[in-house]
Design a protein around this ligand. Structure first.
Ligand code: CDT
Length: 308
């Protein structure tokens, strides 16, 4: 059985459109140091954390779009984060916009170990929003324009003495995200998010945004007997209000740490892989209780269809 360790979520406040990556990285390093001072072995940073949430802007010029993306990781601006983390011996997950050598664009998160080595890459599977311009809206949500769906599935890696997976923002609302990792015996899921509220898609649920945020991660944690860490980019960013509520959820489904601000803030909690075993061996002992023969529709059908 693996030893317990401390995990941190590094929530950030807003990132201005004109803020440089170097300035953001300085903020991330300060959060990294704070997490390390609290004994953390690994810290989760938010989705697309190096820039403002640029999918809110309609852009047509390829060079303007490319400017939001990273062609290398680490690059010149992000290297100090890797170097500081390696010097402190702390790992992290980091969300950023990835432009591959083949010209493909993904909403990506990497997992970096305590030596500064990238040990895992995840590319966001569930891309919310739209690809077309909706000028009648106060802001856009153009993830479907600027990214293609992730092509790596939901891998789980051995890191920090545990089985660690990642997801990105909208992924956290989908039970499939957690289950695919649950089937790889995941013990810790690191999630970064940018959730605009009010939502231009579902204003009916604006008053429940914080509830749905926690509901999704708590359900995923409980039903798969895993810790889940949610790290928000929060606060009023370029006129768009982003949900805070970063949290760490235990395998029981309980929130065991939660941010109290909508700004740069570190929260920490103990991850004890032994606690994952309680439900992994009993209620959610998959090998004993799952009935795959009845789950075929989940992969055979994408959209819902009413009964005949
Ligand atoms: N970044 C991201 O995935 N945000 C979505 C907003 C959905 S509304 C278009 C989320 O699920 O929080």
């Amino acid at each position: 059985m693996s030893d317990p360790f401390i995990v941190a979520a590094a929530q950030t406040g807003p990132v201005a459109r004109g803020e440089t990556r170097a300035a953001v990285v300085r903020r991330l390093i300060a959060l990294l140091r704070a997490a390390h001072a609290r004994g953390a072995a690994v810290v989760a940073f938010p989705e697309l954390v190096l820039t403002t949430f640029f999918p809110r802007y309609w852009m047509e010029d390829a060079r303007e779009i490319d400017a939001w993306f990273e062609r290398e990781m680490p690059g010149p601006e992000t290297r100090p984060l890797f170097e500081t983390a390696a010097a402190l011996g702390i790992g992290f997950s980091l969300g950023y916009a990835e432009l591959t050598a083949q010209g493909r664009r993904f909403n990506t998160s990497i997992l970096v170990d305590g030596t500064g080595r990238i040990v895992g890459t995840y590319r966001k599977v569930h891309l919310p929003g739209h690809a077309d311009h909706k000028p009648d809206r106060p802001y856009q949500h153009l993830e479907k324009k600027y990214f293609e769906p992730g092509d790596l599935g939901f891998p789980v890696w051995r890191a920090f003495g545990a089985h660690v997976g990642m997801a990105i923002c909208n992924d956290r609302r989908w039970p499939e995200t957690y289950r695919v990792m649950g089937l790889q015996d995941v013990e810790l899921v690191l999630i970064g998010y940018n959730t605009p509220v009010p939502s231009v898609m579902t204003p009916q649920y604006d008053h429940l945004a914080a509830f749905h945020n926690h509901l999704s991660m708590q359900a995923g944690a409980y039903q798969n007997a895993t810790y889940v860490v949610g790290a928000a980019k929060a606060g009023l960013e370029e006129g768009s209000s982003l949900l805070a509520g970063s949290c760490i959820v235990a395998p029981s489904g309980e929130i065991i740490a939660q941010a109290a601000s909508a700004d740069d803030e570190v929260i920490t909690a103990l991850v004890d892989p032994a606690l994952c075993q309680i439900n992994k061996r009993t209620t959610f002992n998959f090998a004993a209780h799952r009935r795959c023969e009845h789950y075929g529709l989940i992969t055979a059908r994408t959209g819902a269809a009413p009964p005949a």
